[in-house]
Design a protein around this ligand. Structure first.
Ligand code: SF4
Ligand code: SF4
Length: 413
């Protein structure tokens, strides 16, 4: 589907209903940060009444792309699309900030370089340099709140997950064969999630292959760098299109939503065909594998669930992770929390570029988790899990954030 500014803009009736649902408006109380304010600005940009400048660049970079406004909009205005289109125009008019430009052009497009960065970060954490840097307070001398930001990263293994597991898992007569798109966070930061996926899938007699792959492209696409986003999407399609598999499974809600946008981005039959095979791991277990479920528990460790924005609007995106948490692992008792489907403030790299605002957004989630009395908060997006763990630690909470699949994997020897 081709999106055009005027087609979307004319849908907005200026009712202002989006104010009540925008996590950023809740923190700032400022109209330019909510959908209606952005729409007003886009109309003026389109009419050439105003030109891109620093202030507008800051406003359009300040959006979580959470879609909460559109979800509650009486006219179904596609706000996320509007913001993404504006960021593309902004990039064309003014270019990207130098840090982002270097990351997209010289890092994201090279899987080997990403792995090297992972190794360097692991060395930084393990060698004592991190302890020294934190202890001396030297990080606080750097700009951009480096001291806080480096704490968002959990302990990194240093070995990329995709390098530590065989491509073929060798089941004798598997009932299905799937390809696993691991995403960058599982590959470089949380290999335990990847190991859990393999354990659960293999235990259910499904063959898994892990083909060569690149970043899904979302950091570039969300920043308006469509060229790099397209390059990464094309590379991924190239490595997956000839595979003889029934499904392409993912543990990351953001990667999933990006793959679902590949057909619109690439306008190719291969992308169209593969997007139909893409499936979130929770949905795969419930709807395809029909995994055996137990009666819900009323005792055990309390676990609650945070809905990733990119998963909750996909088919079964809300129900499937909850079904697994309620009915699978007898050690856990599921409890629903308030604001479960409110954005956690992670939003890709938003928690790095807008650290303070992202922590204010996260604070509401952390309070909800505390009120639920859960000891674990599960989710289905590695980026959300990193943000939740960081914000929980910041608040002094002992609650731990984990991927749903890690709790599911505990059921298997
Ligand atoms: S985006 Fe939707 S909710 Fe917001 S002002 Fe426009 S019509 Fe109303
Ligand atoms: S996408 Fe989210 S953060 Fe952006 S304007 Fe809409 S509700 Fe606000």
């Amino acid at each position: 589907m081709e999106y055009k500014y005027q087609d979307i803009l004319k849908k907005c009736s200026r009712c202002g209903g989006c104010q009540a649902h925008c996590p950023l408006f809740a923190e700032t109380g400022r109209e330019p940060y909510v959908a209606r304010g952005k729409i007003e600005l886009i109309e003026n940009l389109q009419a050439s009444n105003i030109q891109w400048n620093d202030r507008l660049a800051e406003i359009f970079s300040t959006c979580l792309l959470c879609g909460s406004c559109s979800e509650n909009c009486p006219n179904e205005v596609e706000v996320v699309k509007l913001v993404q289109m504006s960021r593309k125009d902004l990039m064309a008019a003014r270019g990207l900030p130098i840090i982002k430009k270097n990351i997209f052009q010289h890092l994201l497009k090279y899987d080997g370089r990403l792995k090297t960065v992972g190794k360097l970060l692991a060395f930084y954490q393990k060698s004592g340099v991190q302890k020294l840097a934190r202890g001396t307070g030297i990080l606080s001398l750097f700009p951009m709140q480096l001291a806080e930001k480096e704490r968002i990263l959990p302990r990194i293994s240093g070995k990329a997950f995709r390098d530590t597991y065989p491509d073929e898992t060798g089941l004798k007569s598997p009932r299905l064969k799937v390809a696993y798109f691991t995403g960058c966070v599982t590959n470089l930061v949380t290999p335990k999630v990847g190991a859990s996926v393999l354990k659960v899938i293999n235990s259910n007699n499904v063959e898994v292959i892990i083909p060569k792959q690149y970043c899904c492209g979302v950091p570039a696409l969300a920043s308006g760098e469509i060229g790099v986003g397209k390059f990464l999407a094309e590379e991924n399609i190239k490595y997956f299109k000839d595979l003889d598999v029934d499904y392409i499974i993912m543990d990351c809600a953001t990667c999933l939503s990006t793959w679902l946008e590949y057909p619109e981005l690439l306008k190719s039959q291969d992308a169209e065909h593969l997007a139909k095979k893409v499936m979130d791991i929770n949905r795969f277990l419930i709807e395809v594998i029909d995994i055996k479920l137990n009666p819900p528990q009323e005792l055990g460790i309390k676990v609650t669930y945070h809905d990733p924005c990119h998963l909750k609007r996909t088919p079964g995106g809300k129900s499937n992770p909850r079904e697994l948490l309620k009915h699978l692992n007898p050690n856990y008792q599921f409890v629903e929390m308030a604001l479960a489907d409110r954005c956690c403030g992670s939003a890709g790299s938003f928690n790095l570029t807008h650290y303070d605002l992202s922590q204010k957004v996260a604070k509401h989630k952390i309070e909800s988790i505390a009120k639920s009395k859960a000891e674990i908060v599960a989710s289905a997006c590695p980026s959300c899990i990193m943000q939740l763990n960081h914000s929980l630690q910041n608040s002094g909470s002992k609650v731990e954030a984990k991927h749903v699949i890690e709790l599911v994997a505990e059921c298997y020897k």
